[in-house]
Design a protein around this ligand. Structure first.
Ligand code: TSB
Ligand code: ZN
Length: 584
């Protein structure tokens, strides 16, 4: 997909199309007032005050029709320059424009306007020469948007659209959009019974259904095994902590707006935890440690609660109750590089297993000028940052640097991926931390018998099981590899009367071999059952009739293929036994 914002020609075209849309809206709703209408990566939007009116599904075609009419009329788009005073006068009845104009630089006396027919808008430009050029557009969607993004302000109506130079490009984009919608994990999650939501439970609080729970269990087993091999230990800790715990960690000061409010129980004041680091610090502190024991790697599949804006919550991808694949690694300063390298290698290993290739490493560094956000220890920061860089360079992974994006306690590496719909998200993360161990007064005894403060690496490979599952569903379009599929084999007897007994035998054989198998003995037509197994994206469908029963064979069909193959039951089991060891 081409980035419209960065393409000079398409940027201008889309900007002009935003004006055309505003003009059409003004024709249909004369009371409309306009806030801003920027070009974005995938087209444009305009924020509009329509009084009490809320845009609905039926409005977009009406607006599009009016836009087509205006485009045919073919007015020229003309630029004028006026002074600030003239501009204030011209738009005096429009509080939004007055707000924009008043904030313009006093010395910058020239303000530009663009007029097409009966419509004039304040705008920096540039624009195309005539509205005739705006032929191949589509209004895509609408939503509410608070004025200036502040929930205390009025809710405006935001309409999104896109414009191309020709019909082929527009259609190509619309097809891609459709394909992405079909890949959206919210759609797949519903179709495959993976998760549900209910307002009675709450926003951003999905419930994992049996199919989803099976996927999650497999993911847990998978990563647990990897972590065991790498010397991690796992713990279970409560998903609440006292406010004092989070005051000690600094979250109460630095992270409060992302937390649920506190609650009192007897004399104690609790919060639902947004992170697990404080609990793991205390687990470390439970015993004295020698440098010989380090690194100590404490892992947990830990439930956290975070306040996410209600407009931001999204399926399993952005939730308010999540389960992290978390670990805190306690190391000596000398071990930072080696341990960080192992984490990056684990990330690469997991991504390789899952066939994830489209991702970006982002190395988040401090802004040395920002003395307020970042604790002041130049040497420590410089050391840590160059160590992380060095490891990434040694491993030969590509990454980009983001200055000023580090956490207040240290630099970090995030892995960014693009979901089917919406902006980029972080999956894996590895964060260096010099502060928390000090706040909790952690120590170890070094080789000379002196007390030292360990350094902590916070890391989550999957990020959260929630977000990772969402991502895997989108990457696979719901056609999960055998090991992750909730139902791996579906058995369909050709005729219940004659083939059920044999089907049961095969069913039990597969069960005994630890496969997740279903036998469809409903009184339905065979074709219907086969189609349903396909819709549910079950990896293998077995159709068993006379031939199979008499020869002790099975006829299988792999998901997504037309071809059927007949083999002995043992051959089939051997084949899928090998296949479930493959992750992709
Ligand atoms: C890695 N203390 C660290 C931890 O030790 C921590 O909490 N880091 S985090 O804030 O970056 O969160 C870890 C991961 O959780 C993120 O990388 C992201 O993949 C995932 N995550 C964050 N917020 C959400 C959310 N609202 N919904 C689903 N997953 C989320
Ligand atoms: Zn942490």
């Amino acid at each position: 997909m081409i980035n419209i914002k960065e393409n000079i020609d398409l940027n201008r075209l889309n900007h002009s199309c935003a004006h055309l849309m505003a003009q059409a809206v003004k024709h249909l709703y004369p009371e409309a007032k306009f806030w801003v209408g920027p070009v974005i990566e995938e087209g444009f939007y305009y924020d509009i005050d329509l009084g009490d009116k809320v845009i609905t599904e039926e409005d977009l075609p009406k607006i599009e029709k009016e836009m087509k009419k205006l485009s045919k009329d073919g007015k020229r788009i003309v630029r004028h320059e006026i002074t600030k005073e003239e501009a204030l006068n011209m738009f005096k009845d429009d509080p939004y424009k007055v707000d924009l104009i008043s904030r313009m630089d006093e010395d910058n006396t020239v303000i530009s306007c663009y007029t097409q027919g009966d419509f004039t808008d304040l705008c920096r430009g540039p624009h195309v020469d005539t509205v005739k050029e705006l032929k191949h557009f589509k209004l895509i969607k609408f939503s509410g948007a608070y004025w200036k993004g502040d929930s205390k302000n009025k809710m405006l109506q935001r309409i999104y659209g896109v414009c191309f130079r020709n019909e082929e490009d527009l259609n190509e984009y619309l097809n891609e959009l459709e394909e992405r919608k079909n890949r959206d994990h919210r759609k797949i999650g519903k179709e495959l019974d993976i998760f549900m939501s209910d307002d009675l439970v709450g926003k951003g609080m999905p419930l994992w259904l049996p199919n989803g729970a099976l996927i999650r269990k497999e993911l847990e087993n998978y990563i647990y095994e990897k972590e065991q091999k790498l010397g991690y230990v796992h713990v279970y800790t409560p998903c609440v902590g006292t406010v004092d715990l989070y005051k000690t960690s600094g979250h109460w000061d630095h992270y409060k707006e992302n937390m649920f409010p506190s609650m009192k129980v007897d004399e104690e004041e609790f919060v639902l935890r947004p992170m697990n680091c404080p609990h793991h610090m205390l687990v470390y502190k439970n015993k004295l440690h020698s440098y010989r024991e380090l690194p100590i790697r404490i892992g947990e599949f830990a439930t956290d609660f975070r306040y996410e804006a209600s407009g931001a919550v999204k399926g399993l991808e952005r939730v308010r109750c999540m389960c992290q694949n978390d670990a805190h690694l306690f190391v000596t300063p000398e071990q930072i590089g080696e341990e960080f390298k192992k984490v990056v290698e684990l990330i690469l290993d997991v991504y390789h297993d899952f066939g994830i290739t489209n991702y970006k490493f982002r190395l988040s560094l401090r802004d040395p000028e920002d003395k307020e956000k970042y604790f002041d220890d130049d040497e420590m920061w410089n050391n840590a940052e160059s160590k992380l860089r060095e490891v990434l360079n040694t491993l030969g992974v590509e990454y980009f640097e983001a200055v000023g994006e580090a956490a207040f306690y240290g630099p970090k590496l995030d892995v960014e991926v693009k979901p089917a719909v919406g902006p980029e998200i972080t999956l894996s993360t590895c964060q260096l931390d010099f502060l928390l161990p000090r706040r909790f007064e952690l120590s170890y005894i070094d080789s000379e018998g002196n007390k030292q403060v360990p350094v902590v690496l916070h890391r989550a490979i999957f990020g959260t099981f929630d977000r990772f599952t969402a991502f895997v569903l989108e990457e696979t379009k719901g056609a999960l590899p055998l090991w992750l599929s909730p139902v791996q084999v579906e058995i369909i007897p050709v005729n219940n009367e004659y083939h059920l007994e044999y089907s049961n035998k095969v069913f039990n054989l597969l069960k005994d071999n630890n496969f997740r198998v279903e036998l469809d003995s409903r009184d339905e037509k065979m074709g219907y059952k086969i189609r349903e197994a396909q819709t549910r994206k079950i990896p293998y469908t077995l159709v068993l009739g006379n031939n199979e029963r008499d020869n002790n064979t099975v006829t299988y069909r792999k998901y997504g293929e037309e071809k059927t193959t007949t083999v002995t039951s043992e051959e089939f089991i051997n084949m899928i036994n090998n296949q479930r060891k493959e992750y992709k």
